[in-house]
Design a protein around this ligand. Structure first.
Ligand code: PLP
Length: 425
């Protein structure tokens, strides 16, 4: 019995974060249909690019099929600038170490691997759940030759990306900012997406606004924007026939999807306000429980995309996880993410463990992780042996993402709160 109070399940599933449409999206899509701009060209794309640049605080945006595509092109641009490799083949980062966020979705660094680069993970800062600037400094001490950093903002709650940028500048490195989850968030009033030499945002179906899919590459350089548009449409040269001097990709945004995104931008602030209200209701309701909500770094304005909690160490019941299963032993007054997820599922609500850190993923287990004290290979072992702390592993072990769908009513959220509270009884 995972639901100690016998609370009745929701009739329709309470999602972590599902799309919320308003009607205008359909009008813009229909316009694309009626004008026959059913392609990767059209007014919706132009408008999305204009709005994306303006909202993200950069001069230019290139509309692409997804944020992963944007991050891939960011890697190409960075490698071209750093190593002067002509963009005629894969392997632009061949054999090069790249400092990457550890506590993120793997799309942040997949493009590094597409290009033959070697991700080196930077420890997570306990107070922000984002890349730790002090560990990044240490990483440059150990690998002074590294010239590229990819840093993401987790769940729309930014850390100090401005500090990360300053550290990169000090070491002559370029920064790619993965603001996929942080559209509409800001640091000291400056929008997320504008801190990197190159930036990327996502309109994936679960994001704060969505086009079902889609993304933008963000830049202050018109040449980069134009080249992103060229590379994303198979790198055609200006010629009467199909003429190619560089490798191309089919990465451009569809004008139909751009219609959805165009309509959604009008509701960005409304979505943020609703997400914030959800976060604050959780925070108030759990104030007497041994848990904390996602940290808000001083000076930052989150977009509150996903609410998450972390259980205090002393109030964790026993929990054991393999690569694909989890067990726990229920204990009075204590709980764990596995118990909370089962309790949520018993009322037809979706939760999710905190993103599993990259250094704990089977494919990256032997990659370096750099913390404030230095390099630690295979950090999971260090953690088990009680050596240096592994902040990412700790947040993963004790953290859980909560239903954060903006269509959830206060009454529905109260039910979720009651079920979570009952786990600690
Ligand atoms: C941090 C992060 N980076 C990149 C991506 C990839 O975005 P997309 O699905 O638009 O490729 C996502 C989510 O999907 C993400 O959460």
């Amino acid at each position: 019995m995972f639901n100690k109070k016998g609370i009745a399940p929701f009739e329709s599933k309470m999602w972590l974060a599902s799309p919320t449409m308003h009607g205008e999206e359909l009008e813009y899509m229909t316009e694309a249909y009626n004008t026959n701009w059913m392609s990767t060209v059209g007014e919706n794309i132009n408008e999305v690019e204009k709005t994306a640049a303006q909202k993200s605080g950069v001069k230019y945006a290139a509309g692409l099929s997804c944020c992963t595509a944007a991050l891939h092109l960011c890697c190409k641009f960075a490698s071209e600038k750093l190593y002067g490799k002509p963009a005629i083949s894969h392997g632009a980062l061949e054999g090069k170490r790249v400092f990457c966020s550890d506590m993120t979705f793997d799309a942040t660094l997949n493009p590094v691997v597409y290009e033959g680069g070697i991700p080196v993970f930077i420890e997570t800062e306990e107070d922000s759940w984002n890349m730790d600037p002090k560990s990044l400094e240490k990483a440059f001490e150990i690998y002074p030759d590294v010239k590229l950093v990819i840093s993401a903002e987790l769940y729309g709650f930014p850390g100090r990306m401005d500090q990360i940028k300053r550290i990169c500048e000090k070491h002559g490195a370029l920064l790619i900012e993965d603001a996929a989850e942080a559209l509409g968030a800001a640091i000291d009033g400056k929008p997320c997406g504008s801190f990197g030499d190159y930036g990327a945002i996502s309109y994936n179906g679960n994001k704060i606004i969505t086009g079902s899919s889609g993304g933008c590459l963000l830049t202050d350089e018109i040449e980069v924007c134009n080249k992103a548009k060229k590379w994303s449409t198979q790198a055609r040269e200006d010629a009467p026939w199909y003429q190619h001097e560089e490798v191309g990709y089919n990465y451009r945004m569809s004008n139909v999807i751009a219609g959805v995104i165009r309509g959604q931008y009008n509701y960005l602030q409304e979505h943020i306000d609703k997400k914030k209200a959800i976060y604050e209701r959780y925070k108030a309701a759990f104030s007497d429980l041994p848990v904390k909500m996602n940290p808000i770094t001083p000076g930052t304005t989150p977009n509150y995309w996903l609410s998450a909690l972390i259980i205090d160490k002393d109030y964790m019941c026993e929990q054991l996880r393999s690569d694909n299963k989890a067990l726990y032993i229920a204990q009075n007054g204590k709980s764990c993410p596995t118990e909370i997820l089962k309790a949520l599922s018993s009322i037809n609500a979706e939760g999710r463990p905190i993103w599993k850190p990259m250094h704990m993923q089977p494919m990256y287990r032997m990659h370096d992780v750099i913390g404030r004290e230095g390099t630690l290979r295979c950090r999971t072992n260090a953690y088990i042996e009680g050596g240096v702390r592994d902040i990412g592993a700790e947040i993963f072990e004790r953290g859980v993402c909560l239903p954060s769908d903006i269509k959830m009513t206060a009454a529905q959220q109260d039910k979720i709160i009651e079920v979570i509270r009952s786990c600690f009884e």
